[in-house]
Ligand binder design. Structure first.
Ligand SMILES: [Zn+2]
Length: 255
């Protein structure tokens, strides 16, 4: 069948993007964007595991916001079928954060899957913090910068004034609901596509089409640097312009 995406299409695509053995990469994805995939989400995940190998690190968000009190073994990811399938696979470890956990496979995956310091979603020891520190890459499969979590790190570095804390709930091992406080509630990311043209101009950025999806790769350092340069000129640069977005309207007033 001509229009079905197969393992070889995916492997060839990752090669064109320069994804290599030993790479540390976070993947944000939309399975449906690819069209029909032979074998479904498992095929995509296995092709990525093959591309980076066991010496690499594969990270995916397994965010749960709004899904109930967090339990790392039972609360599903709500950010796509590839991410939720990955969460349930062998040798995949999950970092601990009530709304912004990440799943990790590969070298040192277990060491990366810890409680985020201060319950900060993007703490230095979180997968986002570690990918940045370790010159990681970002792979977007059929999604844009709306899904590009790394951009929040620029908001952290520049200390944008519109961030507040939040109270988070999790389930302990006895089934009791407990609360912790995080210094950071991630806000709206609908405005993040403003970095698109800048990121496309960086040396690390590459793009290819697999099935029906545009797949883009870029370095975490380049993305944070592009977003930081915008924020340094204007602290409201990453806010969206949707008239009904209360988060961004409120944030603009604070800026
Ligand atoms: Zn907004």
């Amino acid at each position: 069948m001509k229009n079905i995406v197969k393992t070889t299409d995916l492997i060839n695509g990752w090669k064109k993007l320069g994804l290599d053995i030993g790479d540390k990469v976070i993947v944000h994805s939309s399975l449906s964007s690819l069209g029909s995939v032979d074998g479904g989400p498992e095929t995509v995940i296995k092709s990525l595991q093959e591309a980076v190998g066991r010496s690499g690190i594969l990270v995916m968000p397994s965010f749960t916001y709004g899904g109930g009190p967090f339990h790392s073994e039972t609360l599903p990811s709500v950010v796509g079928l590839i991410s939720e399938t990955f969460r349930q696979m062998n040798d995949v470890y999950r970092s601990w954060h009530p709304t912004h956990s990440f799943c990790i496979w590969g070298k040192s995956a277990k060491n990366w899957a810890v409680i985020h310091n201060d319950y900060h979603p993007f703490a230095d020891n979180s997968p986002i913090g570690r990918l940045y520190k370790n010159e990681g890459k970002i792979l977007l499969i059929g999604v844009d910068h709306y899904a590009n979590t790394m951009i929040h790190l620029a908001e952290k570095f520049v200390a944008v004034p519109y961030i507040s804390g939040m109270s988070l709930e999790y389930l302990d091992d006895n089934g009791n609901i407990r609360k912790v406080t995080s210094p950071w509630r991630p806000g709206c990311s609908k405005g993040f596509n403003i970095v698109d043209s800048l990121v496309r101009g960086t040396t690390s950025w590459r793009s290819t089409t697999i099935g029906k999806a545009e797949c883009q790769i870029m370095s975490a350092i380049d993305v944070v640097s592009c977003a930081t340069s915008l924020l340094k000129k204007d602290k409201s640069a990453l806010l969206c312009n949707e008239p009904l977005c209360e988060w961004c309207l409120n944030a603009r007033e604070i800026v």
